[in-house]
Design a protein around this ligand. Sequence first.
Ligand SMILES: Nc1nc2c(ncn2[C@@H]2O[C@H](COP(=O)(O)OP(=O)(O)OP(=O)(O)O)[C@@H](O)[C@H]2O)c(=O)[nH]1
Ligand SMILES: [Mg+2]
Length: 611
Amino acid sequence: MNNKIRNIAIIAHVDHGKTTLVDTMLRQSGIFRANEAVVERVMDSNDLERERGITILAKNTALFFHDTKINIVDTPGHSDFGGEVERALRMVDGVVLLVDASEGPLPQTRYVLQKALAAKLPPVVVLNKIDRPDARPEEVLNEIYDLFIDLDATEDQLDFPIVYTNARAGVAHRKIGDDSRDLLPLFEAIVANIPPPTGDPAGVLQLQVTNLDYSEFLGRLAICRVFNGTLNRGEEVGISKLDGRLLSTKITKLFTFRGLERDEAETVVAGDIVAIAGVEGIQIGETLTSLETPAPLEPLIIDEPTLAMIFSVNSSPLSGREGNYVTSRDLRDRLAKELLTNVSIRVEDADTPESFRVLGRGELQLAILIETMRREGFELMVGKPEIVVRTENGKKLEPVERLVIDIPESFIGIIMETIGSRRGEMLKMSNHGSGRVRLDFKIPSRGLIGLRSQLLTDTRGTALIHSIFEGWMAYGGDMALRPTGALVADRPGISTAYALWGLQERGELFIGPVIEVYEGMIVGENSREQDMEVNVTKEKKLTNMRSSSADEAIRLIPHRQLSLEQAIEFIADDEFVEITPKSIRLRKKVLQYNKRPRRWQEIRASQEAAN
Ligand SMILES: Nc1nc2c(ncn2[C@@H]2O[C@H](COP(=O)(O)OP(=O)(O)OP(=O)(O)O)[C@@H](O)[C@H]2O)c(=O)[nH]1
Ligand SMILES: [Mg+2]
């Protein structure tokens, strides 16, 4: 036992304030110099995290409270990154469960708590954002107790300590309204309630790799928990690979965490969380152990992916103009590299050599991967996300999610209709008396594809939508999702304002004037359910007479610029999103009109016309 260390993960629903709390914890522990300028949410260090204001990757830090070292893992709250949380829980001996004092427990709160309870990790419960005018800490605390009970927590687990915080201001209270001015009550609760790590410094060496990081100076870093034994720099140890082989390796670079820094260490002992550099090919889940008496640890088991997307070489007529990496070889290598650090993703070969089936936890997770690749200079195409189906005892199963929607009361009707058409089943409706209601549903994951944008339209942007994978259920048969067709360019060329002007009453346009298009490219959404071939390159016939003011009268309604996620949500089975470092285009899979298979909507329309 190492009484001078505590290892904790901070877990919560998205945006409840984990990273902000880590900020003020670091600041108050004296990690930064007095005059050091530190950005807000300093742990959200990669570009996409900063742009989107969310945590994507779990990250380690450490601070000292008196003479106790507290290793902290800041985890992401969005459900698509649940794999990061599962992995973080392997590293720690307890959790700080953070809950927004106004929003209360939400689906990801349930998910992470369930994982923590299953791993028998004791929690310190923190009610954050108590400064919010709509904070309702007593009620939320009751909801937290209900959640614990619902998850079959034991008496012991129910006896959790509670701290009330304003993470932004860096204040924690034992009781609401006490005169605390800093986070001392939180630090004390952690040291008093989270058990010190077990493990014997004299035992057989066992370090497990739970995360990988990259440093420009050191290359690949393996983040490990030392479960047993002592490791010295320069020592020759065994590395138990995932395939069961035991290789020998020399540990030349060894680090411990301190704030945002990594300190070189000569020796690390059981209980600590450390980083190792310079070990070729090291992977998540592998154990560093004794060469003579190897004792590999159980591999990490995390939830299976639920969503798949085809990633394919860009075959559009405009391919290769904007990106540097465009071949199937480039794509294959990049995806293989992703697998090394991203344990919740799988890659399979698809039906052509130019395409791969990438499996993950959700649309956002895959969209982040695509966005990262495009910034690296890749061009690719992706297909419509499809859910992963499973067969058990001869029965076809599909993933099902818990969906929580928070909306103004006036939208209940339309929400029920939309969710109903996607086979959602309501479990609960609760009204907090603020004019908003919270609806809990069970819904097949398939029903969630494209749901977010539709609900935001339905509720004029006021809906808060949260969902989380819950399990598997019997496959429910077909579900028609996009009720509209596409406006499809019928020839290559450059779009003109005149042509677009003539089309805008047909539906909503995705492109403006002077955009290069090709046959089969989608330029808008048809307001009817069939696809429609359109000419967006038409020029106005020149005549000698200027027809009064009509020339100047071309006023285009601003087109809808789809973001990557919106584009992915929009496409149907027979369509692709084409992604390059500079552009996001939508297209039919089969570009040439006369070769394109007819969609069921068209077949039905022609049957109706014949009758
Ligand atoms: N009013 C108030 N706002 C807070 C408090 N703590 C955090 N916030 C704000 O809540 C927002 C989300 O904070 P983050 O720290 O990014 O939340 P997170 O839990 O790390 O989010 P993810 O990692 O994406 O799940 C930010 O705008 C914070 O400034 C608080 O105690 N009071
Ligand atoms: Mg965060």
